[in-house]
Design a protein around this ligand. Structure first.
Ligand code: PLP
Length: 404
């Protein structure tokens, strides 16, 4: 029997840039001790108090079908958090509870786009984006951002594609780059969406991990509430990746339509997990800051270890649990660099190519190892990279074959 074209488009074609990752996992399974800098999830587990709330809810009987758009208390708690963080008046009618941000990303594109519509997204991107957009039946088009801009998108790069498009997906703080979009970038993007009449789908799952000031949501910009759909989640802010608890925020009529989609797909999120979410959100911003603190500390540590003229150069990362490192000075492509670092140093990193074309010559490290191990891994990577540069170093460094 044939598999549908829709699902065939989810199957990676050829080299999807994840060969290094699969090799690292195979080495780990074979017992090789790997320092793993690939994993986008906390090195701590969900707080036991949240698990207690989940357990008490399940034992209390909240194990039947739960309200499909989300239980009232959780929709209210998410609306309150959103209003507190962005200043935008938000009520439960603006919130759909979903099984993780991933499901909200799919729902947002199902809601915004008709089959065959063009859906724009930015490169480098979170790995599921192209597949999610295609699964929603759209023609997914990637627009490159540039390392020299610190991966901030330029409206002028998006504009030529905007007329033919229905939606634009952005992500700040960004996975994989750690870039936080500036107020100017967001204003330009919002202008473009208003002019070209685009839905703006804003993936804000890292909104609790911003190191440079308050989180900025484009939904708070003038006349954006009616065309902005925000994807959120407790995965990163509360270390609850496995609980699959996220949301979509948007205009009330759009959320009602997305709730119909949920009725016909997920049928909502288990009630005991939603109760745990209510408990988690009631712990307030201090709790979220505690979960985020190690990533900020490790970001600072990594930046302090890197020399702006060294073989590995930092790309400023102002949020999320990742940072991109520019390895172009080593003369090796990112995939070759990651493969050799894995084979020779047993350190697993991901080439920029795993996240599209725009981050060629860069590698992503996740700041998800305990500090001493992260320090050891980075020191070893630096030593490895210095070795690669050695033939060109010191007196003849100017002859280094820089890949620009
Ligand atoms: N969006 C981005 C940018 C991510 O990095 C992730 C997960 O890593 C998700 C969405 C999905 O998160 P979840 O479905 O766990 O909420």
């Amino acid at each position: 029997m044939r598999i549908s074209k829709r699902l065939e488009t989810l199957t990676p074609q050829g080299d999807d840039g994840w060969g290094v990752y699969y090799k690292a996992m195979a080495m780990k399974a074979a017992g090789v001790p790997i320092l793993n800098l690939t994993i986008g999830e906390h090195d701590t587990r969900t707080d036991p108090a949240i698990l207690d709330a989940m357990h008490a809810s399940a034992r209390g009987g909240h194990t039947g079908y739960a309200a499909v758009p989300g239980i009232a208390a959780l929709r209210r708690a998410v609306a309150d958090r959103t209003q507190r963080m962005t200043g935008v008046p938000t009520g439960p009618e603006n919130v759909l509870i979903t099984p993780g941000g991933q499901s909200a990303l799919f729902a947002a594109h199902m809601l915004a786009c008709n089959p065959g519509d063009t859906a724009l997204y930015l490169d480098p991107y979170y790995v599921t984006y192209p597949g999610t957009l295609r699964a929603a039946g759209t023609h997914a088009v990637a627009i490159a951002t540039r390392p020299e801009d610190g991966f901030q998108p330029r409206a002028s790069d998006i504009a030529p594609h905007a007329k033919a498009a229905t939606s634009l997906l952005i992500n700040s703080p960004n996975n994989p780059t750690g870039t936080v979009y500036s107020a100017e970038t967001l204003a330009d993007v919002a202008d473009l969406c208003r002019t070209a009449d685009l839905w703006l789908i804003s993936d804000e799952v890292y909104d609790a991990q911003v190191w440079t000031g308050p989180h900025l949501s484009p939904r708070a910009l003038p006349d954006m509430q009616d065309r902005c759909l925000v994807v959120g989640s407790l995965s990163k802010s509360h270390a609850m990746t496995g609980s699959r608890l996220g949301w979509l925020i948007g205009p009330a009529d759009a959320i009602a339509a997305a709730s119909n989609l949920a009725t016909h797909t997920t049928y909502g999120v288990p009630g005991f997990i939603q109760d745990a979410g209510v408990f988690a959100l009631a712990q307030g911003p201090v709790f979220e800051r505690e979960i985020a603190a190690p990533f900020r500390r490790r970001r600072d540590m990594v930046m302090a270890m890197l020399d702006p003229n060294g073989p590995i150069r930092a790309v400023p990362s102002d949020g999320a649990m990742y940072t991109m490192l520019d390895i172009r000075a080593t003369g090796l492509g990112a995939t070759a660099f990651c493969l050799q670092a894995l084979e020779q140093r047993h350190i697993a990193t991901l080439p920029g190519d795993s996240f599209g074309q725009a981050a060629a010559g860069h590698i992503r490290i996740a700041l998800t190892l305990p500090d001493p191990q992260l320090r050891t891994a980075l020191a070893s990577l630096l030593d490895f990279a210095t070795g690669l540069c050695a033939p060109y170093s010191a007196s003849n460094r100017s002859a280094t074959p820089l890949m620009q």
